[in-house]
Design a protein around this ligand. Structure first.
Ligand code: PLP
Length: 309
């Protein structure tokens, strides 16, 4: 697959200065720990009208991931913000698209090929700005999911709350879903409780209530998940964080996912069977529309922060 049209802000691991490059011209060292060990952290945010939505929440989660992954330091956050701003501006100027995907990756650093992290250089950052994969103005895009045989990583092994570059658990679950002709997989924990999708949080609608797994089950604390919970409260839709057994997944009225790049999308089939009548359900549609209104209101309130104007 060709490299997507993109702009990269890349920090020099030695000097911490950064360069803005076309995606196809960006290079990292063969001795980068992210490449060999998945020893990196990342965040994916997106912009609306040239405004980065909830970027502070992503930075907060990045700091939490850094703690969980024993990153003793992170690149200077002001420098990181400048990298994001400059890369977005360059992308907007060059391609005229103000609704973009922004991935910030922090590698532990460059050093000898050896799992011992103490001997490597300092963490350094890379920001990739590219088009969103899905048309942001498209209506809801129903998904077909399967329940993966592969289980979510244990909290005590590789805590899913840590957004690290080690994503093989999700890569393999997605491959499994694709082998069944599905779009994505719901992953269970080692006990059989529902956790999340490979790159999204997961919600069940039953008897007028929205249920989602608690953070303690071992999931990523999705930025959009919080927005969804708040949207439900705004819309007076009862919402509960609770353990979801296989039994809870039977006879559901609706299922949906949330993520920064996809907002809310309906899951209309699970394990080859339609969810209810196989169409996006009314609560999913209300939550998706309510979330969009919150995002619009947020962007109105932060219009002065547009990187585009
Ligand atoms: C495993 C996982 N869960 C949930 C999410 C959704 O998180 P957010 O809403 O912050 O994008 C993601 C996003 O990439 C993810 O990778």
């Amino acid at each position: 697959m060709p490299i997507p049209r993109s702009i990269v802000a890349l920090q020099d691991p030695e000097t911490a200065q950064f360069q803005i490059l076309a995606g196809e011209d960006a290079r990292v060292s063969a001795f980068d720990r992210s490449f060999h060990f998945g020893d990196s952290l990342y965040e994916v945010a997106r912009s609306y009208r040239g405004i980065l939505f909830a970027f502070d929440d992503h930075v907060t989660r990045l700091k939490r991931s850094a703690n969980l992954a024993h990153f003793e330091e992170l690149p200077d956050l002001e420098q990181l913000t400048n990298m994001v701003r400059d890369a977005c501006q360059e992308f907007f100027l060059r391609f005229g698209n103000v609704e973009v995907y922004v991935r910030t990756t922090i590698s532990r650093g460059v050093g000898d090929v050896n799992i011992d992290r103490t001997g490597c250089g300092k963490p350094y950052a890379m920001v990739i700005v590219k088009d969103l994969r899905r048309d942001p103005s498209a209506p809801l895009q129903p998904q077909r999911w399967v329940v993966a045989r592969r289980r979510r990583n244990l909290v005590t092994a590789l805590d899913p709350a840590m957004k690290s570059g080690n994503y093989l658990n999700s890569v393999l679950a997605l491959a499994e879903a694709q082998s069944y002709g599905a779009d994505d997989a719901l992953m269970l924990d080692h006990r059989g409780y529902a956790t999340e999708g490979t790159t999204s949080n997961f919600f069940v609608v039953k008897r007028g209530e929205v249920w989602t797994a608690p953070l303690s089950v071992g999931i990523l604390a999705g930025v959009t998940r919080v927005q969804v919970l708040e949207t439900c409260l705004e819309l007076s839709i009862p919402v509960r964080e609770r353990l979801l057994s296989r039994y809870d997944l039977q006879d559901v009225d609706e299922l949906f996912l949330s993520s920064s790049t996809r907002e809310v999308q309906p899951i209309c089939a699970l394990d080859g069977r339609p969810v209810a009548d196989g169409e996006p359900g009314p609560i999913t549609q209300r939550v998706a529309a309510g979330l969009r209104r919150r995002i619009d209101a947020w962007c109105d309130a932060h219009a002065g922060e547009s990187l585009w104007l």
